[in-house]
Design a protein around this ligand. Sequence first.
Ligand code: SF4
Length: 352
Amino acid sequence: MKRRRKTRKVRIGNIEVGGSAPISVQSMTKSDIRAVQSTLNEIRKLKRAGCEIVRVAVKDRDSVDAFRRVAEKSELPVVADIHFIPRLALETIEAGASAVRLNPGNIKKAEDLKGIIKRAREKRIPVRVGVNSGSLSARSSNTADDMVKSALDYIKIFEKNRFYDIIISLKSSDVSETVSAYRKMAGLCDYPFHIGVTAAGPLLSATVKSSIGIGTLLEEGIGDTVRVSLTGDSLTEVEIAREILSALKLRQFAPEVISCPTCGRCEIDLKGITEDFLKRIKGMRFDGARSKLKIAIMGCVVNGPGEAKDADIGIAGGKNSGVLFRKGKKIRTLKQEEFIDVLISEIKNVKD
Ligand code: SF4
């Protein structure tokens, strides 16, 4: 992995973005903000799932009062997502937004931006310049270049007004275009990046596209906050984003679980055991050494003992049974029914 790109640091509520701050996970609520309680409930669940910043769509002036009530009670810093109507940016800033997202494709006038910049500076909140390939006002044969140009032109207006608390995103539904745009932009400024592949589709394609797009960028040291875009549950967006960060060892939220794909040699219910184990540890809090554990649950003696020995805690399956390993040392033989309880108590016994 390349060294992380050096960027300025900005602050969205209590979360730092860029610089040496941990790469944060964010999502967007799916509820209509006018349903204040549903939105707050969704935010609470998002927080529990590990989300650190939440964005909400504010589409008209009727939604501003609801936004104010959400921002007041939200357990996460709230970013107002604004399109088309500059006045909404001003009103949501007044109403307690921790940041605003503006789209250069639909809020364009320097005059409009001047007022937003003034209030954002006074309230000390950042602005995300959120370019989307789908709303570019000018398109050539190179969408990545168009996205970069759109962001650069926009940022110039901010810089002319001596405003630098900027976060940039350059999203396309095409993975290569997205990666290429961020790579180019990375060499042209030091603003932190919000990264993601937009409109990535339902679960399977969103997971694959986001993992490749976000994963490639992060591997190159590019990216300061992550949003997985999914036609589906916002909590799943957070789960996938956290998995991407964990897979790259950029952040570790819970033990890493390794399990084999199973084959005709397997004589335990490895799929059921692994799924149940993951469900059991999902609600647990992991700090320090426990969050860095590697746990292997393997189907048989071919690769099982090797993987199980390499892990901090491992089980190599046999016939309705398995051998427990701790730090490479064989501990004892277990019945299949004991696996999950034993793994949990092994985790609990690890000292922080
Ligand atoms: Fe098959 Fe054993 Fe390999 Fe699992 S560890 S895939 S059961 S050979």
